[in-house]
Design a protein around this ligand. Structure first.
Ligand code: NAP
Length: 307
């Protein structure tokens, strides 16, 4: 029986690990085993320029390695394992992974969310090399450049507008001729002279060896095909929170994000806390996830004291 088990090894999980380890709670962190990517979404990124404390910027994987070392220095135990089942029973929650089960009085869930990808073979290779799933994170790298953005929802319109602060031109490629985004977001994007729309079109391939140079497209109505030369591709087709294991056991919102109580990290079951992108559909930044990981650790510590 442990005091705390943390599931997830992105900024939220590792910040929770650092705080609970420094509070002498001897936490265990279960990080995903391959094909999961321990370290979360930053492992798929190159330059990170907006994490405070790194004035020269830092590579995503290096930032995660440093967070890991910092937490391990205070005794965080990290185990690579794929969690297959989580059972919630106040006082003794269970985490089953790779044929064994751990129990803990408090759990911190930091399993993250996955940005949806288009499913092209070339996509993973070029992620962080011209292909991005986060305009807030990477927009500033495209000053004066031409970027393509795929998607037709509110996120796509918001990100297209944000990108025009840097890019010379933003071409929005959408698979239908109607946007899903709310009217106000659509109107704003349509009125922006730097944003052009390509309708009824899907992206079929990405060109470029080490860096993206163009996207290949197909019009789904006419069957016409072509290429758009561009410096960047932003994919804004939605996110999937990683909550399959918790379904039916914890309160989730209609899109599958974990629901927490007010400003806290408390889920619907006593002693179970949640942090990072598995909760946060709004900010989705490494720094906000790390901040929530810290909150979850403090909430867990207070909960354990109250027992
Ligand atoms: P979303 O509303 O689900 O929109 C996803 C968009 O991506 C849709 O236009 C969809 O096309 C397209 N898409 C999905 N899969 C695709 C694929 N494989 N290939 C090409 N296109 C694909 O997701 P979201 O924009 O991330 O928004 C999520 C939620 O947050 C929504 O409820 C949204 O209103 C909210 N939100 C609000 C704001 C705001 O109000 N400021 C900002 C951001 C997000 P189809 O339209 O053809 O399905």
């Amino acid at each position: 029986m442990r005091d705390v088990i943390i599931i997830g090894s992105g900024p939220a999980g590792l910040a929770a690990g650092l705080y609970t380890a420094r509070a002498n709670l001897e936490p265990l962190l279960v990080e995903g085993a391959p094909p999961e990517v321990p370290g979360g979404q930053l492992m798929l990124t190159t330059d990170v320029e907006n994490f405070p404390g790194f004035p020269e910027g830092i590579q995503g994987p290096e930032l995660m390695e440093r967070m890991r070392q910092q937490a391990e220095r205070f005794g965080l135990e990290i185990r690579p394992a794929t969690v297959s089942e989580v059972t919630f029973a106040p006082g003794a929650h269970g985490v089953a992974a790779d044929g064994r089960t751990w129990e803990a009085r408090a759990l911190i869930l930091a399993t993250g969310a996955r940005a949806r990808l288009l499913g092209l073979d070339s996509e993973r290779r070029l992620l962080g090399r011209g292909v991005s799933t986060c305009a807030t994170c990477d927009g500033a790298f495209y000053r004066g450049k031409h970027v393509v953005l795929v998607g037709g929802g509110d996120s796509a319109m918001e990100e297209a507008g944000f990108l025009t602060r840097f890019a010379a031109q933003v071409t929005v490629v959408h698979r239908r001729a109607e946007l899903r985004a709310s009217k106000i977001m659509q109107d704003r994007a349509r009125a922006n002279p730097k944003i052009a729309f390509v309708w009824d079109t899907v992206i079929t391939d990405l060109r470029g060896e080490d860096r993206l140079s163009a996207v290949a497209w197909r019009n789904v109505k006419s069957g016409a095909e072509g290429e758009i030369a561009c410096d960047g591709l932003f994919i804004a087709i939605g996110h999937d929170p990683q909550t399959t294991l918790f379904r039916g056991q914890l309160a989730l919102d209609p899109e599958g994000y974990l629901i927490v109580e007010g400003d806290s990290t408390r889920t619907s079951v006593a002693g179970v806390f949640a942090a990072g992108d598995v909760v946060d559909r709004t900010y989705r930044q490494a720094i906000t996830a790390a901040g929530m990981g810290c909150k979850a650790a403090i909430d867990a510590e207070r909960y354990l004291e109250s027992l």
